[in-house]
Design a protein around this ligand. Structure first.
Ligand SMILES: Cc1ncc(COP(=O)(O)O)c(C=O)c1O
Length: 400
């Protein structure tokens, strides 16, 4: 009798399942707008020039595969911290941010969730926006939290119901983790405005809550500096909080699993203690992070030429997505669809299209256009060859 005999198969992950279905589809018109991966106009995940340059250098002068420290590679931690908080910022200069290398954004969320649950507030729950990236709930539940939702998306107003959001956050128990998207909200594409960060910070501070900012898409909304604005506003407001940052999207290093967890503390002494706890968490979960992605990211961030090239590449990806949003909207309007103007008001990789589950199923079955059942479509997978087919398909299922 096997020790696993009683184990049932895990439910399908909706996004990866959709990709499997897409891969089996033999229709030449097929388009995968399901997964959150940026593709270039040829429908390929790009290898950024900046990344390729460092990869080549590493191949020419290879390092041995030694272990990194538990806290990760320190030059990477420093560079990642400066990118998020600003190179000359007070939190960086004062040393009150504890930064530890992570397995991308997901790993950073897990490290933060684990640290807070085990070392700070074992009974605290977590609340996230309604809706949010599905893995937020799975990950925090796995880490031992009860999770809940604060109101966010306002279907009627095609935006955010900020008053309802503040009311729900105000009602949370002190100590609750409040998960926030820094930019490029996944799945809605609607972000808080800079004017809303201050009132939100006030509620978070007044109620003694534990903000956790997910910064998975820095550079994909307005720019590398602008997209870190919420984090910087919270730091200036004197909050203590966590930030998960990632190089999956903005360096197109999805498989590199490169990111960082940052804990913003009261002072350098506190940060030093927190850093040892984060490092201990790494040790218990997987011992230490891989060095390749961290070496690539740190080299790009600290070499002025590579950095300038990379910033241009990030701007190029951001502008291509914005261009595709405009092209899709134009093509939809040409097809007589008049209620989707929000496509160009949303930012980042995704559009919450408002299409119903039935419409999404028809898109998939009749037109070979794959998006999530909740209506989320990945704008970063549109290109000049598929955008018209996507528009005519949406028009066919959605004519009002
Ligand atoms: C909102 C959000 N957070 C975090 C992640 C984590 O990505 P990664 O672990 O590759 O950084 C994603 C990925 O799609 C995401 O959409």
């Amino acid at each position: 009798m096997s020790i696993f005999a009683g184990l049932e198969a895990a439910p399908n992950d909706p996004i990866f399942h959709l990709t499997d279905q897409f891969n089996q589809d033999t229709d030449p018109r097929k388009v995968n707008l399901g997964v959150g991966v940026y593709q270039d106009d040829n429908g390929k995940v790009p290898l950024l020039k900046s990344v390729e340059t460092v990869q080549r250098r590493m191949a020419e002068d290879p390092d041995p595969w030694t272990y990194l420290p538990m806290r990760g590679w320190e030059p990477f931690n420093e560079a990642a911290q400066k990118l998020v908080f600003g190179a000359d910022s007070e939190p960086v200069a004062s040393g009150r941010v504890a930064t530890v290398q992570s397995l991308s954004g997901t790993g950073a969320l897990l490290l933060g969730a684990d640290l807070y649950h085990h070392q700070v507030a074992p009974d605290a729950g977590m609340i996230a926006s309604g809706p949010t990236w599905a893995n937020h709930h799975s990950l925090f539940r796995y880490a031992g939290y009860e999770t809940g939702t604060y109101r966010y998306y306002d279907d009627a107003g095609q935006g955010i119901d900020f008053e309802a959001m503040l009311a729900d956050i105000r009602a949370a128990d002190p100590g609750t983790v409040v998960l926030l998207h820094a930019c490029c909200h996944n799945p809605t594409g609607y972000d808080l405005s800079p004017e809303q960060w201050g009132p939100l910070a006030e509620v978070l501070a007044d109620r003694g809550l534990a903000p956790f900012v997910d910064l998975a898409y820095e550079g994909f909304s307005h720019g590398l500096e602008e997209d870190a604005g919420m984090v910087r506003a919270f730091a200036s407001a004197g909050l203590s909080f966590l930030v998960a940052s990632s190089f999956s999207k903005n360096m197109a290093m999805y498989g590199g699993r490169t990111g960082a967890i940052h804990a913003v503390c009261a002072d350098a002494d506190e940060a030093a203690r927190v850093k040892t706890q984060l490092a201990r968490t790494v040790r218990s979960l997987y011992s230490n992070a891989p060095f390749q992605g961290a070496t690539i990211a740190a080299t790009i961030l600290t070499d002025p030429d590579l950095r300038a090239g990379w910033e241009g590449e990030v701007a190029g990806m951001r502008m291509r997505i914005a261009g595709m949003r405009a092209a899709l909207l134009g093509a939809l309007e040409a097809e007589g669809v008049e209620d989707m103007g929000f496509i160009t008001r949303q930012t980042g990789m995704f559009s919450f299209s408002g299409l119903s589950r039935d419409e999404m199923v028809r898109l998939r079955n009749e037109f070979h256009v794959y998006g999530l059942d909740n209506g989320r479509l990945c704008m970063a997978a549109l290109n000049s060859r598929n955008v018209d087919h996507v528009a005519t398909s949406i028009a066919a299922v959605h004519k009002r």
